[in-house]
Design a protein around this ligand. Structure first.
Ligand code: NIG
Ligand code: FE
Length: 420
């Protein structure tokens, strides 16, 4: 039987073209005050003004799901996470609070490599159980799809293990997980000082195997001083393209290497972080199909300046917002927190932030044809918010404000018992 979502104070459809919202459209919510959404199976049959939706032949016999005067919008698409790890990094946290930098902690054996130790020692089943617990937290905060990276294995067997964990969690649902091979996240300890050899292994062994087993859609690398350079970016992008993996790049995070113009030239689907991006690179980004994926939760957590989101938006670039959920730089899975930071600290309007967290997030993982907006034919991923006005999503920060979450047409989370 079809389902009809009715009685919303606002439905944010995000309706529009297949590409990202940018320039004049950067805040285009597709807001309806008398809207409805008709769903059958996992898909949206119709979304729009109530009168139009009610004219659909299946509308009359559909069961009603009332939004009870609240806001309905597409589920958040979190386009950058590192969600498979064995343990929190509390010692790194304490060290940073006493003044050590992220870079210094990594040099002393903390950082990414300490998570690599944990992952290498962990059973696949334990990592899967951990991710499935966390998947529920994503869902309960209104996120219905995430991109998720490997990158804490750094050798063939352990990177495959991480990607299998992602595949299993995705199959079990309800959180949808789009996997990325991030083998070039750091040089593994056994190849210390032999970065080029490691990159050769990534390209010769890992990328072809992962692609053959269909374990990843994207390939990513940490393009940063002391990690991987512009030459590595070219080599990995080429090996990825040959194997059918699209490119994402950790770009200009801690320093400006020139990875943004290179990512644009290489046709990256997204360039992520961009804390150190300069004005002169923005025009090329704006003219390209590459989405700027900003992850300000990591700036918040590390106490670093935020990326120049306003200037990026005003230059015409397409901006997505994501958590970067990981144990080192952003132990937060909640897109509501990211929207709070984006508005209060980076001066995005609530509408710009919501577009960046939904349809532009979908664009940042190449899912814009099926996800990120409430339009006929798209996957029925909807969130009902405990708010009458969408601006409240940015306003009530740190509060449990999700009323219900629908993934692929099924209500998978409900807080109905909480308060009337
Ligand atoms: O996106 N910068 C590289 N990777 C992650 C951090 C990973 C970690 O510290 O464990 C990031 O911030
Ligand atoms: Fe990251």
């Amino acid at each position: 039987m079809a389902t009809l979502v009715l009685n919303a104070s606002e439905i944010l459809t995000m309706a529009g073209p297949d590409g990202p919202r940018a320039g004049r459209d950067k805040a285009a919510l597709g807001l309806l005050r008398d809207g409805a959404v008709l769903i059958e199976g996992s898909k949206i049959l119709e979304a729009g003004p109530q009168a139009k939706v009610m004219a659909h032949p299946l509308a009359k016999s559909a069961k009603t799901l009332s939004a009870e005067g609240r806001v309905v919008l597409p589920g958040f698409v979190d386009s950058h996470t590192h969600p498979v790890f064995a343990a929190a990094r509390l010692d790194d946290f304490s060290a940073r609070l006493s003044g050590q930098s992220y870079e210094d902690i990594a040099l002393r054996g903390g950082g990414i490599l300490s998570t690599v130790n944990g992952v290498r020692g962990a059973a696949e089943s334990d990592l899967t159980a951990g991710l499935r617990r966390r998947a529920f937290d994503f869902i309960a905060s209104g996120t219905t799809t995430i991109e998720a990276k490997s990158g804490y294995g750094l050798d063939l067997d352990n990177e495959l293990k991480l990607l299998r964990v992602l595949r299993t969690a995705n199959e079990r649902g309800p959180l949808e997980i789009v996997p990325t091979l991030l083998a070039a996240h750091a040089v593994p300890p056994e190849l210390k000082g032999r970065k080029d050899e490691f990159v050769t292994r990534v390209c010769a062994d890992m990328i072809p195997r992962v692609a053959a087993e269909k374990l990843a859609v994207f390939v990513d690398l940490f393009c940063e001083r002391g990690y991987f350079d512009l030459g590595d970016l070219e080599i990995i992008a080429e090996a990825g393209a040959k194997a059918g993996l699209k490119l994402k790049v950790h770009s200009e995070q801690l320093s400006r290497l020139g990875s943004l113009p290179a990512a644009v030239r290489l046709g990256a689907v997204s360039a992520d972080h961009l804390d150190c991006v300069e004005e002169e690179d923005m025009a090329a980004l704006a003219a390209s199909q590459t989405v700027a994926c900003l992850v300000p939760g990591s700036n918040y957590f590390l106490g670093k300046p935020y990326p120049p989101a306003r200037r990026l938006l005003d230059s015409g670039a397409a901006v997505a917002l994501a958590t970067d959920y990981n144990p080192g730089t952003c132990p937060c899975w909640d897109m509501r927190m990211i929207i709070s930071i984006a508005t209060t600290q980076m001066k995005l309007s609530p509408a710009e932030a919501l577009v960046a967290a939904t349809i532009n997030g979908a664009c940042a993982i190449n899912l814009q044809k099926t996800h990120g907006s409430l339009e006929a034919g798209k996957v029925a991923d909807l969130v009902c918010y405990d708010a009458e006005d969408h601006r409240e999503i940015a306003y009530w920060f740190g509060a449990p404000t999700v009323r219900w979450v629908m993934k692929k047409g099924e209500v998978v989370f409900s807080a109905a018992g909480r308060r009337p």
